[in-house]
Design a protein around this ligand. Structure first.
Ligand code: G3P
Ligand code: CA
Length: 269
């Protein structure tokens, strides 16, 4: 098969570093990704969008205002939509100083740079972010991955790749074009019964909001045969609760602490 193994709870639950180790370093930068890898994360979760000139770039928000110095560097470009800047302009921005001075000099990465940085060291859970404001995003990611056969050929893939989105239509397109890559549906609430059964025919994992995840909904995802990987799970209480629900993994801003809870001396169950 092409899908990663389903681990189903307990100490084998996978750790997904949300935007890298974003509790300790500026999200979605090389610093946050390197830290997550060093901390033993199983996957990097990150977000991809399109620049004005059609390049794939790693940014979460649809604007640059929160996580870069764009307001200073491009003072007359409000509201600083990612989509309005070329790659050359995006590369001029500082993407780390907003978090802490020691991280200034971090830059927005392209998707290719991300793949090169990760290498075979860690899995990747890539989110097609806001396809409605990034038309052509799924197609652009497919085109790029087809030139990165090291990431999409099951035999060649050193670590798992999962592609997710809140946008079911973009995800469906992606799956039609690259059916061998497992896909994850990111959602606030687990879909209702009939809908969930349909999704199980082509979706590998469901990423529900941990704050809204009811035990009966967790059980329905597991019963339907999909992996259950909630976001964003950031406290020991929530980690233990999620494990009791039988999760296959957790998306967290604190991969080191989660790994320590899972594999260190602390009790799991
Ligand atoms: O993967 C789930 C999670 O990343 C969705 O929320 O806003 O952090 O992309 P967000
Ligand atoms: Ca995300």
């Amino acid at each position: 098969g092409t899908a990663p193994p389903v681990s189903r709870g307990g100490r084998r639950a996978a750790t997904y570093a949300h935007r890298g180790s974003s509790g300790m370093a500026p999200e979605n930068t090389a610093a946050a990704f390197e830290l997550a890898i060093a901390e033993g994360a199983d996957y990097i979760e990150t977000d991809v969008q399109l620049s004005a000139d059609g390049e794939l770039v790693i940014v979460h928000d649809v604007t640059l205002a929160r996580t870069t110095d764009a307001r200073l560097a491009f003072a007359d470009h409000a509201p600083w939509n990612v989509r309005d800047f070329t790659l050359a302009e995006l590369k001029k921005l500082d993407a780390g100083g907003w978090y802490a001075a020691e991280f200034s000099g971090q830059h927005i990465l392209t998707f290719d740079e991300l793949l090169d940085l990760l290498g075979g060291r860690v899995g990747l859970n890539l989110e097609l972010k806001s396809p409605a404001v990034n038309p052509g995003l799924a197609q652009a990611v497919v085109a790029r991955l087809r030139r990165r056969r090291d990431w999409i050929e099951p035999g060649a893939r050193p670590r798992p790749l999962i592609v997710g989105s809140f946008d079911e239509h973009a995800l469906r397109d992606f799956h039609t074009w690259l059916p061998d890559v497992p896909v994850s549906l990111i959602t606030y609430d687990v879909p209702a019964g009939g809908k969930l059964t349909d999704l199980a025919g082509w979706i590998f994992s469901v990423n529900p909001d941990i704050r809204r995840l009811r035990p009966e909904d967790a059980a329905r995802v597991i019963e339907a045969g999909m992996a259950l990987v909630p976001w964003t799970v950031d406290s020991p209480e929530l980690w233990r609760w999620a494990l009791d629900l039988g999760v296959d993994g957790m998306i967290t801003n604190y991969p080191y602490a989660l790994k320590d809870m899972l594999h260190g001396r602390g009790p799991v169950r």
